[in-house]
Design a protein around this ligand. Structure first.
Ligand SMILES: [Mn+2]
Length: 494
């Protein structure tokens, strides 16, 4: 078989064959939307292939975490959405015979390889935009179905015709239903650029569509089409900033009121997902018209429309039906270290886990707005090229970066300099998050370099993306970090 991503087919088959030969497996995965969906895909594939397993989650696969995994009695460890970057450490355990690693990941591999290493980057596929961890896990899941099917086929042939008559050849799950989770993972990993998924991701979407678990359509590219009341859908959409609507509660209401639509039903605001296509068309056209008349550039207006990834088997009006809302829900569970809740939702727990996930998301949003208020009230310190604040333990280190980004533009917090946020990580270390704007990136800002170099200069480490990056440094080095970051940003923007 060639599978959904032909370039990876042989390696996926080798990984699947090894897993099928093992008695039991530890499944270790990253805690974020991509890692949770990776684990859910792998868990279902292992279960269907009748391979016993135990699941563990890690925020970071550091040496301690790998050691703890190695100390378990399992001979094979399946790493999903991480493992490649830690192959130098993992390899030592492999050499010592502690376990055999099987890796389905899409991050940059460390300077070492292993036999069962399924990573798009090894096969000329971009791991940042064309295949996520969940995508790599999906490729493995498809191979697992194929390989376990193959052995069955042989048994049936040996048994002769009688087996066919009793229905033993009834087609088994080919795991294509898991494509829905792979799409959620890719969207959660921010792989949809220019409004849609590309490359290998697109082929997984196509398999999901064939299997009836994914639907695509060209639609308004705003967040919250399933769950947000119409006025909030428009008010909270700020990626394409439309004056008089974005961040403007009354403006968004007035805009909708002028359209002569039935905006409420049974006393409740309607949601985008419940509108007819005519009604959607009316709002979308008016929105574009308003953007044009307010001078929003054409390149931004184009971003108002994109490909929507809908999970048709999930109920209308729930987060789970929209890949982007689903991934946001999963991230909320991950940020508060409730991987059990996120995994439960992915595995179909629609009662306990889904309610807990929704509570976590509500609390997360409350924490964000409290954090933004705090930063705005206390203010930031301005250096020549950067601005910064220290949240101590007032804001959780897992959300301080988002808070910093969202606070930019508020009173006293500039959008023309990157912002650096500090928060306590533990007794000895400080977490640093940096955020810029796309405008600054166009002028030369690259925060991955800033976070990396400035943190290493003070005995820490970091990295990330040009517009957002992070680092961890030993406590007490904050001033030195700011000083070095200020210099580097100054050079980048000169
Ligand atoms: Mn990932």
């Amino acid at each position: 078989m060639t599978g959904p991503v032909p370039e990876l087919a042989d390696r996926a088959t080798a990984c699947a064959e090894h897993l099928l030969e093992t008695d039991r497996v530890v499944l270790a995965s990253h805690i974020d939307a991509d890692g949770l969906t990776s684990a859910a895909i792998a868990a279902q594939a292992l279960e269907r292939a009748a391979i016993p397993f135990e699941t563990v989650f890690e925020k970071q696969l550091d040496a301690d975490a790998i050691e703890a995994i190695a100390e378990t009695e399992y001979d094979t460890v399946l790493f999903t959405d991480f493992g490649s970057g830690q192959l130098d450490v993992i390899g030592e355990y492999e050499d010592a015979g502690a376990f055999t690693p099987v890796i389905a990941d899409h991050h940059q591999p460390a300077n070492r390889d292993t036999e069962y290493h399924l990573n798009p980057l090894l096969f000329g596929i971009d791991g940042a935009s064309e295949l996520s961890g969940a995508g790599a896990s999906y490729v493995l899941a498809r191979a697992l179905a194929e390989e376990s099917d193959g052995s069955d086929g042989a048994t049936v042939a040996a048994d002769g015709g009688a087996a066919v008559a009793t229905g033993a050849t009834e087609p088994r799950a080919d795991n294509r239903d898991l494509a829905a989770l792979a799409v959620v993972g890719a969207v959660g990993d921010m792989q949809a650029s220019g409004g849609e998924l590309h490359g290998a991701n697109e082929r997984i979407v196509a398999e999901g569509v064939d299997a009836g678990v994914v639907e695509t359509s060209t639609d308004l590219a705003l967040y919250g089409k399933q769950t947000r009341p119409l006025p909030k859908l428009l008010e909270y959409a700020t990626d394409v900033y439309i004056p008089g609507i974005s961040n403007d509660e009354n403006g968004a209401l007035r805009f909708l009121d002028d359209l002569d639509l039935e905006l409420k039903r049974d006393g409740e605001w309607r949601r985008w997902s419940g509108l007819t296509s005519d009604e959607k068309q009316t709002i979308a056209s008016a929105l574009v018209k308003r953007a044009v008349s307010r001078g929003v550039p054409a390149t931004k207006i184009e971003q108002l429309v994109g490909t929507a990834y809908v999970l048709p088997e999930e109920p209308v009006g729930t987060e789970l039906r929209d890949a982007s809302e689903f991934s946001t829900l999963l991230n909320a569970t991950a940020r508060y270290e409730r991987a059990d809740v996120g995994l439960g939702v992915c595995l179909g727990d629609r009662d306990g886990a889904l309610e807990r996930a929704r509570t976590l998301l509500r609390n997360h949003r409350r924490n964000l707005s409290t954090g933004i208020d705090l930063v705005t009230r206390e203010g930031v310190t301005h250096e020549e090229n950067v601005q910064w604040f220290h949240a101590g333990d007032e804001i959780r280190e897992t959300i301080v970066g988002i808070v910093a980004g969202m606070a930019m533009g508020n009173e006293g917090i500039s959008r023309s300099k990157p912002i650096i946020a500090f928060a306590a990580k533990n007794d000895d270390e400080v977490k640093i998050s940096t955020r810029g704007t796309h405008n600054l990136v166009r002028q030369g800002l690259d925060l991955s370099v800033v976070a990396g170099e400035a943190s290493r200069a003070v005995g820490g480490d970091g990295g990330g993306h040009n517009v957002a990056a992070g680092a961890t440094v030993p406590k007490g080095n904050e001033d030195a970090f700011v000083e070095r970051a200020d210099e580097i940003v100054g050079e980048q923007l000169s």
